[in-house]
Ligand binder design. Structure first.
Ligand code: FAD
Length: 373
């Protein structure tokens, strides 16, 4: 049954909850804030649909590499994380009267997927939030839009897109447009909220804005910026735990979607390595998206937005990055870190494993010495 699978085999996409014909599945949060399905066995009829719908092992194999291009929308660069492709696709979809789904902050700065029909409703989708977004109730809403005859653009991680594709099935796939991203892994929602509260405690006031990568410092920047009115507090404690794979969802370590064989119509990513392909393109360090074309309808949607962009067709093999080849390796101490976080809190974890640890400071020192040799 779906609720007896190991944690490593559930990405929390919530499609099983939507698929259950008798409403026996609810999504429950574990202490790290990750959602897992729970079955009410008193009403479950054991039809097996939840197992069938589970997208986690339903991986498409492609024989050839996808067509790829670098793309950037100048007017979006400072407002987006990389080249602004996502916002352009959302704008086009809304102008066509489609429904759009994407990840946005809630009032308490947790992150969830939301539905939008207007540009102002979709504004919050801009920029990557490096935390697992809450999908509860979203697959049902997408299915209901598709059933009522609407076209839907869904943006999200590859596993979230796979869950939606599996739920929609062939019947609705023609009206469903999926745009996923190359994904490093999704960190714990509980740790994210602790990190945010830690900054509020430091500042002695409530956060009024957040960005996970401070684009003012350039596209390559990997520090969080927390805003308190006009004031900005920059910190990399959370980012460090994220990039060291210390706080990722357990299933991220065995993600079956970390390859060039994608299930989606379009794939978006940071075009890391663009400087190896073109010195001029994106030389101003303001951001550049990589786009992989997964289907003909993906290509049609992309072509509609390209007149507003600078583009450069390229060979994807020249801009490969780790998560296009394999999943992130979870940190070997992930379980201890989780236990320590739950028992002793985030400050302890940061001091012991994070950017206040002896190890971190030693590594920084060695790197500095090497730079001066
Ligand atoms: C958890 C995570 C890990 C990532 N890892 C990588 C990586 O290893 N390599 C890489 O090249 N790119 C990665 N990305 C994607 C990258 O950061 C950009 O989001 C992507 O290139 C699109 O940029 P953009 O400028 O077009 O749009 P932006 O405006 O920057 O991004 C907005 C889009 O991202 C979606 N989104 C934002 N946060 C989330 C979330 N928490 N869950 C699901 N969807 C979300 C929104 O729905 C919207 O479609 C990751 C994104 C996330 C959320």
């Amino acid at each position: 049954m779906i609720d007896t699978r190991p944690r490593e085999e559930c990405c929390g996409c919530a499609s099983c909850e939507a698929a259950c014909p008798v409403g026996a599945i609810s999504m429950e949060r574990d202490p790290m804030g990750f959602l897992y399905p729970k079955i009410n066995h008193e009403i479950c009829t054991r039809c097996g649909l939840c197992d069938k719908i589970c997208a986690f092992h339903d991986v498409v194999q492609r024989d050839s590499d996808p067509e790829a291009l670098a793309v950037r929308f100048s007017e979006s660069l400072r407002k987006s994380q990389s080249g602004g492709l996502s916002a352009a696709l959302v704008k086009e979809a809304i102008s066509r009267g489609w429904v759009v789904y994407g990840a946005a902050f809630r009032e308490d700065w947790s992150v969830s997927h939301k539905r939008a029909e207007t540009l102002s409703e979709a504004e919050g989708f801009r920029r990557s939030k490096y935390v697992q977004s809450d999908m509860e109730g979203i697959p049902s809403a997408v299915l209901s839009d598709l059933k009522s005859g609407r076209n839907v653009l869904f943006t999200g991680t590859p596993c979230q897109c796979a869950g939606i594709a599996s739920l929609a099935g062939e019947k609705y796939r023609e009206r469903l447009f999926l745009a996923d991203m190359v994904c490093h892994g999704t960190p714990s929602p509980a740790v994210w909220l602790s990190a945010l509260r830690r900054q509020e405690k430091k500042a002695g006031e409530k956060v009024t804005g957040v960005t996970f990568r401070d684009v003012e410092k350039g596209w390559h920047s990997h520090v969080e910026a927390y805003f308190f009115g006009d004031k900005k507090q920059v910190d990399d404690a959370y980012t460090y735990l994220f990039y060291q794979h210390m706080i990722l969802r357990p299933s991220c370590g065995s993600c079956p979607f970390a390859s060039l064989s994608r299930t989606t119509d379009l794939t978006m990513a940071d075009c890391w390595g663009i400087e190896r392909v073109s010195k001029d393109f994106a030389s101003d360090d303001r951001g550049c998206s990589l786009c992989l074309i997964g289907s003909e309808k993906g290509r049609d949607l992309l072509e509609a937005v390209l007149p507003g962009a600078e583009t450069l067709p390229l060979d994807v093999r020249k801009v490969m990055q780790p998560n296009l080849e394999h999943p992130s390796d979870l940190h070997p101490l992930s379980s201890s870190i989780e236990n320590d976080y739950l028992r002793r809190g985030l400050d302890y974890v940061i001091r012991r494993y994070g950017n206040l640890s002896l190890r971190y400071r030693l590594d920084r020192f060695v790197a500095k010495v090497k730079r001066h040799l």
